[in-house]
Ligand binder design. Structure first.
Ligand code: HXC
Length: 512
């Protein structure tokens, strides 16, 4: 019997030692900080008992403490029944810092995930490049970054920051598709507060420099933020449910439980009587998509545009929608970058795109111009024009000027372009237009205010409406607002087998 033999006993002793390593002191220290251990994180993420660890017993070349694993747990298992690969850094070994062996382990799972076509999830808890190992640890990061880029657009890559992500530890997440963070315990920075103090004599806390709130709102680095690790990891599982496993899978898994949205018939009541008044575009989204299915990303960054996944009749779609309640839905630098990246993700992974449009234009001003709205706005143009997935736009209200063009207009390759009767499609809004077209009459009028009201009304009747665009074929159909869901389900069904080959070339030159 194998179990009675010496090698088996050695095998058991090693396993027991490994178990001890992951409990006791380490567990207690992590819990005191409001964090979980690497093992506990894996247990929440994967289906019960499905995770297989590989390389659990590797050791770094010059380790004094004789511990296994070199600070990272690597392996594979299932999440909601689908194969996924993962690595989880273990802060107990030299602060989860990345040495050469640690890096090799991560590279091995990255390469397996890419070959097999499975999503990969990185659970980051790391002080960055392991200082003692010098250039070997830097080379380790280089190999990981290179693998991130090879996998980009082939398999979904998700990073979950569950502690520090310092120095080199930030750039792998930056090269992946989505970043999750936890309030108060996750911190991401290229250089920490100490270095900031030394170099710039600036006092800044971990939280203010690279906490979850800062990255979710100001920098836009974090896509999803949660109050605790457990909810964060459940969020990762939810995100995966909208995604195919790789770029060759034609569609993401279809949900079997389709729940109709509540009150779809009162969708048009969301729109205020006064076209100048704001409303919440999420109220429109929720009356179109399957009930409870909208999963917004980066909801606190560039809030003038809303991006996220949803299901329409059980099928996964990506939504990009202007948000009239924030800056009137104007497109600025951050909104353009946020939306462009989302469009490119959906296109990489065959997720059809729905655009809900209500946009008065690009944001004017020196701040925007000097910071490059020209190049950043062009990113969104580029992303929509290049995307070959099914693309549908519904113009709800405003669609003016360059912003009309950019939001997946017909000329940009929109497969179907619908509009509500309330749509205002024109080169510019009425106030701006009449100032240019009627300045003389307004200056000479006895009652300029009355004339202005009349001119605005004439402009809306004769120019800024969807009917001219419909007559010219730029709008395929002006639709009944209450029929929006029905129309979109039919149109996306028709587009299901769309084939459009990108032009043959090495790659385009995105205005990065
Ligand atoms: C080796 C490290 C380490 C590192 C932490 N440790 N970071 N060991 N290399 N980079 C070790 C500590 O010595 C300590 O060991 C243990 O991990 C826990 O660290 P503490 O400082 O006690 O923990 P805490 O107070 O929670 O602070 C965590 C931390 C801090 C914020 C991550 O350790 C820190 O600031 N570390 C350095 C971060 C950094 O600047 N990294 C950049 C590296 S340069 P003991 O034995 O005492 O338990 C880099 C360049 C690549 O990454 C750039 C590529 C683009």
């Amino acid at each position: 019997m194998v179990e009675n033999r010496k090698p088996y006993k050695a095998f058991q002793a090693r396993k027991e030692k490994l178990e001890r390593q992951y409990s006791g002191d380490y567990e207690q220290k992590q819990h005191e900080k409001g964090k979980l251990t690497a093992r506990e994180r894996i247990d929440i993420l994967f289906d019960k008992g499905s995770f297989h660890e590989i390389d659990a017993f590797v050791k770094p070349a010059n380790q004094k403490k004789n511990l296994y694993g070199d600070g990272v747990i690597c392996g594979f298992g299932t999440i909601n029944g689908r194969q996924v690969m993962a690595f989880a850094q273990d802060f107990s070994i030299m602060g989860g810092s990345l040495g050469f062996v640690h890096a090799k382990k991560i590279q091995k799972v990255q390469e397996l995930a890419l070959k097999m076509g499975h999503p990969i999830i990185g659970l980051i808890d790391s002080g960055g490049a392991r200082i003692q190992e010098g250039v070997a640890s830097l080379a380790g990061y280089a190999g990981i970054f290179s693998n991130n880029v090879k996998s980009s657009g082939v398999i979904p890559q998700i990073s979950v920051i569950l502690g520090p992500a310092a120095g080199g530890a930030v750039y792998s997440p930056a090269l992946t598709d989505f970043r999750f963070m936890v309030k108060n315990t996750s911190h991401m920075f290229v250089t920490g507060p100490q270095v900031v103090k030394e170099v710039l004599n600036e006092d800044v806390t971990f939280e203010d420099l690279g906490g979850a709130d800062v990255h979710a709102s100001v920098s836009g680095v974090a896509d999803f933020v949660y109050n605790d690790e457990e909810h964060c990891l459940l969020g990762v599982k939810k995100l995966l449910s909208y995604l195919p496993s790789n770029n060759l899978e034609r569609v993401a898994p279809k949900s079997k439980n389709v729940v109709e949205p509540k009150n779809p018939e009162n969708i048009s009541f969301v729109l205020p009587e006064d076209a100048g008044k704001p409303y919440d575009i999420v109220d429109v989204i929720e009356r179109i998509v399957d009930s409870g299915s909208f999963f917004e990303n980066a909801e606190n960054h560039a809030q003038n545009i809303v991006t996220g996944f949803a299901r329409l009749d059980g099928n996964s779609i990506g939504i990009i929608a202007n948000q009239p309640k924030v800056m009137a839905g104007t497109l600025d630098i951050n909104a353009s970058r946020k939306a462009a990246r989302f469009v490119r993700f959906c296109d990489s992974f065959n997720i059809p795109i729905l655009v809900l449009e209500d946009v008065p234009g690009f944001m004017p001003g020196t701040n925007q111009e000097h910071n490059g709205i020209i190049m950043h706005g062009a990113k969104l143009l580029y992303a929509f024009a290049e995307a070959t997935v099914p693309k549908i736009t519904v113009i709800i209200r405003k669609a003016y000027g360059g912003a009309y063009i950019v939001m997946n207009s017909k000329g940009m390759g929109g497969d179907f372009n619908f509009a509500w009767p309330t749509a205002e499609v024109a080169v510019m809004g009425p106030e701006g237009a009449i100032k240019i077209l009627n300045s003389k009459e307004l200056a000479e009028a006895e009652d300029p205010e009355a004339l202005k009201i009349q001119l605005v009304s004439d402009y809306k009747d004769n120019i800024a409406n969807p009917f001219i665009a419909e007559e010219k074929g730029y709008i395929d159909e002006v639709i009944e607002p209450s029929k929006t869901r029905e129309v979109l389900i039919s149109a996306f069904t028709l587009l299901k087998n769309k084939v459009e080959q990108p032009s043959p070339r090495k790659h385009g030159n995105i205005p990065m």
